[in-house]
Each structure stands twice: as C-alpha cells, then as structure tokens.
Design a protein around this ligand. Structure first.
Ligand SMILES: NC(=O)c1ccc[n+]([C@@H]2O[C@H](COP(=O)([O-])OP(=O)(O)OC[C@H]3O[C@@H](n4cnc5c(N)ncnc54)[C@H](OP(=O)(O)O)[C@@H]3O)[C@@H](O)[C@H]2O)c1
Length: 389
C-alpha cells in the first residue's frame, strides 16, 4: 500500500468505506463485512470512512477498530435526519458530533464531513461551529460531501476545508467540470468515492442490472440504459488493454483515479475480502505511459458517444407522460434528470432542489399524489433542458 500526505496527515491512498453496512448495496452480511474491515487494517489500509447516516456503521466500525483506532485515519459525516433534512445549526452539529464520537468509541474524529447541504443555515455559522470542534480536539479536520459547487466554494472561502468528497471513476467524471478545479485552486484534497463504479466494472453480462429491491443500484442511473452499456464497453476495453499487465478492469479503474491531480484518497466499499484484496492491489500496480494515453483517448471517445446517446434518451424520456407504473415512472425520471447532470446538460445546483423534491415525494405521498408530483417534475426538468420543445 502506498501512502499520501495532506495538510500534515498521512494515510493510505486507498480507503475503506462503510456505506454497504447501511444495506444500500443489498442485504449485508455483517460478520463478513467486519472480517473485510479487519483484512483492510491487516493489509495497510489506514483511511476509514463512515457516516451518521449509514445505519449502524459507526458502531460496527468503532467496535472493529478498537485499540487500533489511534494509528488510523477516521472519517465520518454529519448526515440528514430520517426525513432527509440536514440540520447544520451550531447546537445540532455539536450534538451530532458527540453522538458520533460515542458510537465510534473514540474521543476524536480525524475528518468530520458535512454529508449534505442545509441551505437554511448560513455556512459561516456551520464553519464557526466546526472550528470550535477543532479547537476542542473533538475533530482534527473538516470537509464536505454531496454539495453543489457554489456551496462548496462558500465553505472554502469561510474556513480551512481539508477535503471534498466526490464520486469519481472512469464511469463518473462530472466532478471534473467545476468541483475538482475548485479543489485544486483552494488546495483542498479530493476524496474520490465509488471508484469501482459501485462494482459496475466487474458485472457479468446478463446479471449487470439484477439487484434486490433494497439495493439502490436497482434504480441507480449508472446501471440503466445507455449509461450501463457505456460502462460495460469501458470494462471490456480495460480488460483487453490492461489484461496483459495482469490488471483487472477494477484495478485499472482505481489506478486511473489515483493518477488524477488533486486526489488524496480513493475510497472503495466492498463487503467481501476477495473484492477488497483485488482493489488494494491497485495501489502497487502500474501501466506504461503509452497505455494510459490509449486509455485516455478511448475514454474521451466513449464520453462523446455517451453524450450523444444520452441527450437523445433524456429528450425521449421527458417528451412523453411518464409510465403509469409509479416505480417505473420514478426510475425513468431519475435516469433522465441525473443523466442530464452527469453528462453536463444541466447544472447540479439547478437540479438539486428538484431531486430532493423527487425523493421526498416518493417517501411521503400516496401513489396518486406521487404520480402527479412526478409529472410536474418531468415538465419542469423538460422546460429547463429543452425550452424550445
Ligand atoms: N456511494 C456514495 O454515495 C458515497 C458518498 C459519499 C461517501 N461514500 C464513501 O465512499 C465509500 C466507497 O464508495 P462505494 O462503497 O460506493 O465504493 P465502491 O467500492 O465503488 O462500491 C461498492 C460496491 O461495489 C462492489 N465492488 C467493490 N469492489 C469490487 C470488486 N473488486 N469486484 C466486484 N464488486 C466490487 C461491492 O461489492 P461487494 O459488497 O460484493 O464486495 C459493493 O457492492 C463508501 O463506502 C462510503 O464510505 C460513498
């Protein structure tokens, strides 16, 4: 394992995440996950990431780390409540931090992240509270997660951000447009997550989009339609080009992330030890420069192709009323909206409030009300994207 340094801290360049412990990737075998966390420590991983909002993940991680905690870099997040609302007011932040410390069985957190935005609380108030937590030794650094670039900039201007977490992989490069240049400008580290594309690069044809109902990948746009076809073409290409160098598509994809300027850590979150072993090996593997150049040019072509196909697909989906089946309607609308952002047709900050609306509607309303709200969002997104149609 190789290690990187940032703002005086040193940690493994591949980090282990605990999102899977929340059940987000289907039914989780907690005993196996604990063994995977152990395996991570035994094999040189020192960066561990979790969140208040990942079910029992903080407790489980705290228990597994035990006395080994002090030699590790521990990152967690202040998450929204069950209704999806983030509360970053001073007192709420202190309470959330105390509760995380207790669950993690530690007296300090190395990196405390804002998981989601709270537009109602001024950034300055949250930063002042975070700085106080630093002075009190409860946290050593703070960072941000799923925030639109203009809000991230406010944090960068108001305090000393350690890092920004962003999805980043050969199949998800939207951060390159605005967020990552901002990180380089402010010397804020980029912590890349879902670097294996949530496993898409290892999917076997025929099983590529079969998931349990509780698995978020069942509605994840990355696992649908043109996006999935593109990801599988990338996986096939990486297998062909890096296979001779004994690197799997997943390992090549992780090594690709680690080469990107500004990335301080590549986070992966497998529940299985064999998967983690494969991923960790990417830290010690290399490819000749000429191969990286070929990969780059393939990825550029693939991106242009996906942009063309994606544009047409989004237009088709938004141009007619949604499917009468509520689940299918939700999935199609999510695909259209998220793909529009991922491919750069629409600003994330414009779409974010509509996204929240979409998820809250689904969680709280009855079927009829829900389909009316979905139809309203469809027309709104269509108006934003294709005003002339
Ligand atoms: N995803 C998010 O929205 C998000 C946001 C902020 C922070 N994070 C943090 O970043 C961490 C990493 O993100 P992630 O968990 O999405 O990363 P990831 O490793 O790209 O995705 C995990 C999924 O990919 C599968 N996978 C991983 N390596 C594999 C391999 N070698 N072969 C086959 N399948 C493989 C895992 O399968 P198995 O379980 O079967 O091993 C699991 O289902 C999270 O755990 C979390 O701590 C995530």
């Amino acid at each position: 394992m190789k290690y990187r340094e940032h703002q005086g801290e040193r940690f493994s360049e591949i980090g282990m995440g605990c999102y899977g412990l929340s059940g987000a990737y289907g039914t989780v075998d907690i005993q196996e996950y604990k063994k995977t966390l152990d395996y991570a420590i035994e094999n040189g991983v020192t960066y561990f990431d979790t969140a208040q909002g990942y079910g029992s993940a903080e407790e489980i991680l705290g228990e597994v780390l035990g006395k080994r905690r002090t030699s590790l870099f521990l990152s967690t997040k202040v998450s929204p409540d069950a209704s999806g609302k983030a509360d970053l007011r001073t007192e709420s932040l202190y309470r959330a931090c105390e509760a995380s410390l207790k669950r993690l069985k530690t007296d300090y957190i190395d990196l405390y992240n804002i998981h989601f935005d709270d537009p109602e609380t001024p950034v300055e108030e949250t930063v002042t509270a975070l700085e106080k937590l630093v002075r009190e030794g409860k946290i050593r650094h703070y960072g941000v997660g799923h925030l639109p670039p203009h809000r991230v900039k406010r944090y960068m201007e108001s305090g000393k951000l350690f890092s920004v977490m962003g999805e980043y992989s050969v199949v998800a490069r939207q951060g390159e447009r605005e967020l990552f240049p901002l990180c380089r400008q402010y010397k804020t580290g980029i912590v890349a997550f879902s670097v294996t594309g949530r496993g898409v690069l290892a999917r076997k044809r025929g099983e590529e989009s079969c998931f349990d109902k509780g698995d978020i990948r069942a509605i994840d746009p990355l696992f649908q339609r043109e996006r999935l076809s593109s990801a599988l073409r990338i996986a096939d290409y990486l297998k062909e080009i890096a296979g001779d160098h004994e690197m799997t598509p997943i390992q090549t994809a992780i090594a690709w992330v680690l080469r990107r300027p500004g990335v301080i850590c590549a986070l992966t979150g497998p529940s299985r030890r064999d998967h983690l072993r494969e991923n960790i090996r990417a830290s010690s593997q290399e490819l000749p420069q000429s191969i990286w150049e070929e990969i780059e040019s393939f990825l550029e072509q693939e991106e242009s192709r996906l942009k063309e196909e994606g544009h047409q697909a989004v237009l088709t989906l938004l141009s007619k009323p949604l499917d009468p089946d509520g689940e299918k309607a939700f999935k199609d609308l999510l695909y259209a909206a998220e793909t529009a952002v991922a491919l750069g047709f629409l600003e994330e900050s414009v779409l974010m409030p509509l996204f929240y609306d979409l998820f809250q509607t689904r969680a709280t309303r009855d079927a009829e009300e829900c389909s009316r709200a979905l139809e309203r969002v469809r027309l709104e997104v269509k108006g934003l994207l294709f005003p002339e149609e």
